[in-house]
Design a protein around this ligand. Structure first.
Ligand SMILES: C[S@@+](CC[C@H](N)C(=O)[O-])C[C@H]1O[C@@H](n2cnc3c(N)ncnc32)[C@H](O)[C@@H]1O
Length: 458
């Protein structure tokens, strides 16, 4: 019996139609491939898997597909979080105070905070119900409508307002729980139960740039050696949870920032580079497919490059980041006038880059859950580089081990995986740690960002 289960044909057909090309085949991780991890982590298996008793291929396949569905459902809760970020921080639809962390914790107990939260909710409902909302607000409205909300009558809108404020209360409770956790690995426990959000910012891209430089300087990554790149979870940024600015449309920046760094450092040749985005989110995949399709018609993709100047950071880090940011994009596009930062958001600086269609066409989106699926790669299609930042934090050790094995299976011998999460090595998966790039971003409080680099053993 063939123990490997392919993703449903319908999904492949969907991908082929939406992406205008035949999608590369993704398969669920088979029992045979997972067996070493199941055996090696017998004491720390997820409760649902443990409860199955003796595991065989049929039980494994059913469990994997159920878990894949559950993970994809977490995207819905991530969208709820984006909606709360919009309520807390948005500056385009209201003049009310932003609900910064010190106000969030007082929500429910302070008449002042309650009153500006209510005013914000009224303003946001008005913006959501307006005839021509901005693209980001329109996405949020579509999300609410899919959930069964409507904006037709005052009663309908009152229900949306209640939903927004209930979610603000939920976020306050989660925030308090998160803050109470010890500053060690266990604090990430909360992320493992959380919704999966799509937001991103430029910090990981800067950190990757530093790591690439170090890998090149040490001779680990050779000039021109990167031809096939995969970015797991590129994200689709709009009101991110750090600064929450909502003045630009949802956009994906990481694939272009990574290409820009690789080309600048001579690690990749723009003429023959290929980049694949691997994501579970239809919103991300459809966005990337749309951008690529426009590029084939000769249209460039303009991305905004906002950053939060008020984040705690050392002078050294700030100077190095600004130097990176000022050049960011010049190898993949040309600077254009940026969307002006609204005055209410004085802490943000922005510039914009129009990415050349020839570069945008290098990108192919693939619907894939890196924890439970892997991409079928013939030896000549294996990746030279896989990147996953702010992804693995959403998963427990067992799932991270599966992801590690899946990625190892898609890399060519000598290829690299870079992540800002340390992946467990309880079970060898053919990846060895070759370099940790430590970047001190702030001295007070001390914050060190680390990029972990793994190499597929030859
Ligand atoms: C918080 S965003 C991170 C965006 C960007 N990588 C960054 O560091 O700013 C998480 C992204 O990972 C995707 N994602 C989460 N779990 C995934 C999985 N198991 N497989 C593939 N993509 C996943 C989400 O859909 C989203 O696009």
């Amino acid at each position: 019996m063939n123990e490997r289960l392919s993703v449903p044909l319908i999904l492949l057909l969907f991908c082929a139609t939406v992406f205008g090309q035949v999608a590369r085949q993704t398969d669920f991780i088979s029992y045979r491939e997972a067996q070493p991890i199941i055996g090696g982590m017998r004491d720390s298996l997820p409760p649902g898997l443990k409860a199955l008793g003796a595991i065989d291929a049929a039980k494994w396949n059913a469990w994997v597909q159920e878990r894949d569905r559950e993970i994809r459902q977490r995207l819905d809760r991530g969208e709820e979080d984006t909606l709360v970020n919009l309520l807390r921080f948005g500056v385009t639809y209201t003049k009310e105070y932003r609900i910064e962390d010190e106000y969030l914790v007082r929500y429910g107990n302070s008449s002042l905070v309650n009153s500006f939260a209510r005013n914000r909710a009224n303003d946001l409902v008005r913006a959501l119900a307006a005839p021509n909302p901005s693209p980001g607000i329109a996405d949020m409205r579509d999300f609410l409508v899919k959930k069964g909300f409507s904006f037709k009558t005052p009663q309908d809108r009152a229900k949306v307002k209640k939903h927004l404020l209930d979610n603000l209360g939920r976020m306050r409770d989660e925030f308090l729980k998160y803050r109470a956790q010890k500053k060690d690995e266990s604090r990430f426990q909360l992320f493992q139960d959380r919704g999966i959000s799509l937001d991103s910012n430029l910090w990981p891209d800067y950190q990757l740039d530093v790591a690439f430089r170090e890998l090149a300087a040490k001779g680990l990554m050779k000039p021109g050696s990167v031809r096939r790149v995969a970015i797991v979870g590129p994200g689709l940024d709009f009101v991110n949870k750090e600064a929450g600015v909502d003045f630009y449309p949802p956009q994906t920046t990481q694939p272009f920032a990574v290409l820009d760094s690789l080309i600048r450092l001579g690690l990749a040749d723009p003429a023959n580079i290929e980049l694949y985005t691997l994501d579970i989110s239809q919103r991300v995949n459809v966005h990337v497919a749309g951008v690529r399709k426009h590029a084939t018609q000769g249209r460039a993709y303009t991305v905004q490059l906002p950053w939060n100047t008020q984040r705690p950071m050392s002078d050294e880090y700030r100077a190095a980041f600004v130097a990176y940011w000022q050049k960011l994009g010049d190898r993949v596009g040309d600077p254009v006038a940026a969307i002006p930062v609204p005055p209410a958001d004085a802490g943000t600086q922005n510039r914009a880059i129009k990415i050349r269609p020839q570069i945008v066409q290098k990108i192919t989106p693939i619907d894939m859950n890196v924890v439970y699926q892997r991409l079928e790669t013939k030896p000549d299609q294996a990746f030279d580089l896989v990147i996953g930042t702010n992804i693995f934090v959403y998963y427990g050790k067992f799932e991270q081990s599966l992801a590690r094995a899946n990625i190892a299976g898609m890399l060519r011998p000598g290829g690299f995986l870079l992540s800002n999460d340390k992946l467990p090595d309880t079970v060898p998966a053919g990846l060895k740690d070759v370099l940790d790039t430590n970047i001190i971003s702030s001295n007070n409080p001390l914050i060190t960002d680390i990029v972990f680099c793994y190499e597929r053993v030859k």
